[in-house]
Write a protein that binds this ligand. Structure first.
Ligand SMILES: Cc1cc2nc3c(=O)[nH]c(=O)nc-3n(C[C@H](O)[C@H](O)[C@H](O)COP(=O)(O)OP(=O)(O)OC[C@H]3O[C@@H](n4cnc5c(N)ncnc54)[C@H](O)[C@@H]3O)c2cc1C
Length: 437
């Protein structure tokens, strides 16, 4: 039977859902409960190989406090409505803001966006789900707190809580985000409130310092599970090191990956390289800067020769002054000779954090034959130094969404996202962050 709703939760009648929607509106107000197609379209877009139909939400509700979350969960229980929480809803790898199954109500927590506390001495932060990496970064800058964030690639618009709940990764030594979280507040399916670790003790002031508390450790149960709705999460932030040194090692062939991994693994295990390195193919880099048609207009997959040529051109541009790199026309039409030769198609991107500024990185030299390594000069870590801004590739600073796949915006349709012209260009990142902010 046709329904006035785009989808209904499984096993819930339209009459029961009417009543649930009425109660959500009493709790949250009309403006924070959506059932119309226009608003739900941004909660329906998926980025997984499945039919959109299977991930169509029935409604979206936007609480602004833990108490409102608890009240909404009580309504869900009363009418047996399945609920799907999102924090910033930028889950661009696994499905964006769309629910796991058809008919679920999306609980969008982006209105809960308070940075509750940052302890500069202990290096801890306590945030609500809607806080973005950009917001937390701006807070640290504004208050001149010398701590670094670990950010995932689409970080300016994503948030630490949702990313850690999804077991995301970043690229500083604190890059295993769930491992560096400490203490959660969770609304359980019954509507009760649970505080994990030391937060479980009355008047605790150590919830963000010591993970374990007393008894069984529970936090993992709430990651990649939706067994509870996390309304606060604590994090450890990394003290800004005196210096860091980015590098890129380029390899010509896919078979080189074996050498890359064999070389890097022992260094990573021994913590000589303390953070995650990224191994990317030239196509990933090329797709981050320009559209496919800017590289190749033919049908079918892009021939290897074109990838090689474009990679060579990009690598020539990457060596240029950032001010020149910022010009998209220069990317589309590299200066004569820039694309000559064969580009090295695999890049290993990383950086080391150093107790002092040093030019030496002897282990880089031990990478396999055929590789070209580009250790750049070390960068001192004062967050706004001119030198750092010029160089880009700045850890601790959220990256703007550079990939075309990242231009979705829950609750508001498509957001205009400028594509940075080069992934290392900090200037572009800042510009895009301003646009989406
Ligand atoms: C080109 C590209 C590059 C990427 N690079 C990275 C990368 O470097 N590192 C990385 O980690 N990811 C990466 N991703 C994946 C993804 O975009 C990020 O992980 C993103 O941070 C997740 O979105 P979010 O933080 O908005 O989380 P959300 O979308 O808000 O949440 C993610 C999921 O976690 C659960 N969840 C969220 N909030 C809660 C809550 N309050 N309570 C209970 N459960 C909750 C839900 O199941 C939700 O669907 C990349 C994606 C793309 C397309």
């Amino acid at each position: 039977m046709p329904s006035k709703y785009i989808a209904l939760p499984k096993g819930v009648s339209e009459k029961a859902f009417d009543a649930a929607i009425r109660e959500y509106r009493e709790i949250l107000g009309e403006a924070n409960v959506f059932t119309d197609e226009g608003h739900l379209v941004s909660y329906s877009k998926i980025m997984i190989p499945d039919s959109t139909e299977n991930h169509q939400p029935s409604a979206a509700i936007c609480p602004a406090s833990t108490e409102e979350v608890q009240l909404c969960v009580a309504v869900c229980n009363k009418y047996k409505v399945p609920v799907w929480p999102i924090s910033t809803g930028r889950n661009l790898g696994y499905g964006s803001a769309a629910p796991g199954s058809r008919g679920q109500v999306v609980m969008d927590l982006r209105r809960m966006n308070k940075i509750i506390e940052v302890d500069r001495e202990l290096g801890t932060a306590l945030v609500e789900p809607g806080v973005t990496f950009q917001q937390l970064y701006d807070y640290l800058q504004e208050h001149k707190i010398p701590l670094w964030l670990s950010c995932p690639a689409p970080s300016s618009i994503a948030g630490p809580l949702g990313n850690a709940a999804d077991r995301g990764v970043g690229y500083t030594p604190y890059g295993e985000h769930f491992m560096f979280s400490c203490g959660m507040e969770v609304v359980m399916p019954t509507g009760e409130l649970l505080k994990t670790g030391m937060g479980g003790l009355p008047n605790s002031n150590t919830a963000q310092v010591f993970k374990w508390g007393y008894g069984p450790y529970l936090d993992g149960i709430f990651t990649q599970s939706n067994f509870g709705i996390i309304t606060k999460m604590g994090f450890w932030l990394m003290p800004a090191p005196p210096a860091f040194k980015p590098y890129v090692i380029r390899y010509p062939e896919e078979t080189d990956i074996v050498d890359i991994v064999e070389t890097l693994r022992p260094l990573r295990m021994a913590m000589v390289i303390p953070n995650a390195v990224v191994i990317v193919h030239a196509l990933w880099e090329l797709g981050s800067f320009l559209k496919r048609a800017d590289h190749y207009e033919g049908a079918g997959s892009i021939p290897d020769a074109v990838v090689n040529h474009r990679a060579a051109a990009e690598q020539a541009i990457a060596g240029q002054d950032p001010a020149r790199r910022c010009r998209p026309d220069r990317r589309r039409h590299p200066r004569p000779g820039a694309g000559r030769g064969t580009g090295r198609r695999w890049a290993v991107l990383g950086r080391n954090h150093r107790p002092q500024v040093s030019e030496n990185q002897p282990w880089l030299k031990s990478s396999s034959p055929g590789a070209t390594s580009t250790p750049r000069s070390p960068i001192r870590s004062s967050p706004h130094s001119k030198r750092e801004r010029r160089r880009g590739n700045v850890p601790g600073i959220p990256m703007s969404p550079g990939h075309p796949a990242q231009s979705t915006a829950p609750q508001g349709g498509a957001t205009e996202v400028s594509t940075p012209c080069c992934w290392v260009c900090h200037r572009c990142r800042l510009r895009a962050a301003t646009l989406v902010g």
